[in-house]
Design a binder for this molecule. Structure first.
Ligand SMILES: [Zn+2]
Length: 94
């Protein structure tokens, strides 16, 4: 990854999700649907040029680029979302 901002997202058919997550965005690398939590939706609105990348694709990028990948620490909102995750009842549909 370059200086391009990426938002790492869980696949839309992941086992867990967060309240208010959307499932209508796609990974910029593999084009599969991803889920975007409210915090991610907010991040995308304030960084409209950001690209979404799913966790499996991000793992590949991490293996290739290693320490060249700069990760921002999770925000308080993201940590709160992780603590209140719910089962993804839309998993089969997605
Ligand atoms: Zn992907």
């Amino acid at each position: 990854m370059s200086d391009q901002v990426h938002i790492v997202c869980a696949p839309a058919d992941g086992a867990w999700t967060t309240r208010g997550a959307s499932f209508d965005h796609r990974c910029s690398k593999c084009s599969k649907h991803v889920m975007l939590a409210l915090s991610g939706q907010r991040l995308l609105r304030t960084n409209p040029a950001a690209r979404l990348i799913c966790v499996p694709c991000f793992v590949v990028v991490l293996a290739e680029k290693g320490e060249a990948v700069e990760l921002l620490p999770p925000s308080g909102e993201q940590l709160a979302e992780a603590k209140t995750a719910i089962p993804n009842m839309w998993r089969e549909r997605n």
